[in-house]
Design a protein around this ligand. Structure first.
Ligand code: HEC
Ligand code: HEC
Length: 227
C-alpha cells in the first residue's frame, strides 16, 4: 500500500477547507429564499429563453444519479438519504475541482452558494437507496462486517451506516463507488472535507476495502447489521 507522502500537510489543508465550507454555509441565504422557478438568487438573470427552474436543474442531476435517489450508473453514487451537510461539503469541493471526476466538476462549477444549499437540501429529501437485487457473498459480507466493527466505521457513519452531518450514508451505496472512494482516500487521490478518511483507512489492504464495499452495499433494508 502506498505511503501517504503528503500526510504531514494534510490536516492543514483540511482545516482550511473546513473553514471555507463553514463560511459558505453561513453566507448562504436561508433556503426559504430559494425561488421555486425563475432566476436562482445571486446570479444575473439569464437571457430571453428564460432560466431553468430548480426542478429542471435537479432532473439533470438525477439523470446520472438516479431518479428516487438510487443510481443505476456505474461509478456514480446514489444520493438518496445523504445528509444535507455532507452533500453541501462535497458540492463545495467539487465546485472548486478539489475532488471528483470532470463530468461532475463541470456540473458543480457555476453553482452559487445558494445553489449548493438548495441542491444539498433536495438531495437529503430523496429516499435512501434499496439493497441490491443480487445476494451478498456470505464470506465477504462477514469479513467486511468484522472489519467495520474492528475499525469502528459506525462511530462516525452511525451504527446503521445511515450517515449524519458531514459523514455520508454508506448503507446500500453502490459497491463500485464505495470501492472507488475508499481506494482514492487510501492512495491520497481524494482529498476529503477533513483528513478523517485517509487516516481511518491506513493499514487496510485492497482486499479489505473490497470486502468493506461489499458489506456496506448489501445492508438489509432495516440497516440492522454491523453493530
Ligand atoms: C454526467 C453525470 C452526472 C451529472 C449530470 C451529475 N453528477 Fe454528481 N456525480 C457524478 C459522478 C460520476 C460522481 C462521482 C465523482 C467521483 O468519483 O469522485 C458524482 C458525485 C456527486 C456527489 C458526491 C456524492 C458522494 O457520495 O460522494 C454529489 C453530492 C453530486 N454528485 C451531486 C450532483 C448534483 C447536485 C448534480 C446536478 C446539479 C449532479 N451531481 C449532476 C456524475 C454526475
Ligand atoms: C472520524 C470519523 C470517521 C470514521 C471513523 C470513518 N469515516 Fe468514512 N468518512 C468520514 C467523513 C467525514 C467522510 C466524508 C469525506 C470527506 O472528508 O469529505 C467520510 C467518507 C467516507 C466514504 C465516501 C462515501 C461517499 O459517498 O463519498 C466512504 C466509502 C467511507 N467514508 C468509508 C468508511 C469506512 C469503511 C470506515 C471504517 C474503516 C470509515 N469510513 C470510518 C468520517 C469517518
Amino acid at each position: 500500500m502506498p505511503v501517504h507522502a503528503a500526510r504531514g500537510r494534510r490536516p492543514d489543508r483540511a482545516a482550511r477547507i473546513a473553514s471555507l465550507v463553514l463560511a459558505t454555509c453561513a453566507a448562504a441565504a436561508p433556503l426559504a429564499a430559494w425561488p421555486q422557478a425563475g432566476a436562482p438568487a445571486g446570479r444575473p438573470a439569464a437571457a430571453a429563453s428564460g432560466p431553468a427552474s430548480f426542478e429542471q436543474r435537479f432532473a439533470v442531476c438525477l439523470a446520472c444519479h438516479g431518479a428516487s435517489g438510487q443510481s443505476q450508473t456505474p461509478l456514480t453514487p446514489s444520493l438518496g438519504g445523504q445528509p444535507a451537510f455532507f452533500a453541501m461539503t462535497q458540492l463545495f469541493l467539487l465546485r472548486d475541482g478539489r475532488r471528483g471526476e470532470p463530468v461532475m466538476i463541470e456540473q458543480a462549477r457555476g453553482m452559487s452558494n445558494d445553489d449548493l444549499r438548495a441542491f444539498a437540501d433536495a438531495i437529503s429529501k430523496l429516499p435512501p437507496p434499496r439493497p441490491p437485487t443480487d445476494e451478498a457473498d456470505p464470506l465477504r459480507f462477514e469479513r467486511g462486517r468484522a472489519l467495520a466493527v474492528q475499525h469502528r466505521c459506525g462511530v462516525c457513519h452511525n451504527p446503521d451506516f445511515s450517515g449524519r452531518e458531514q459523514m455520508p450514508r454508506l448503507a446500500n451505496q453502490r459497491e463500485d463507488y464505495l470501492l472507488k472512494a475508499m481506494r482514492e482516500f487510501s492512495s491520497g487521490k481524494r482529498l476529503g472535507y477533513g483528513a478523517a478518511m485517509t487516516q481511518e483507512l491506513s493499514g487496510l489492504s485492497d482486499t479489505d476495502l473490497t470486502d468493506l464495499a461489499h458489506f456496506f452495499a448489501h445492508q438489509p433494508p432495516a440497516n440492522a447489521a454491523g453493530r
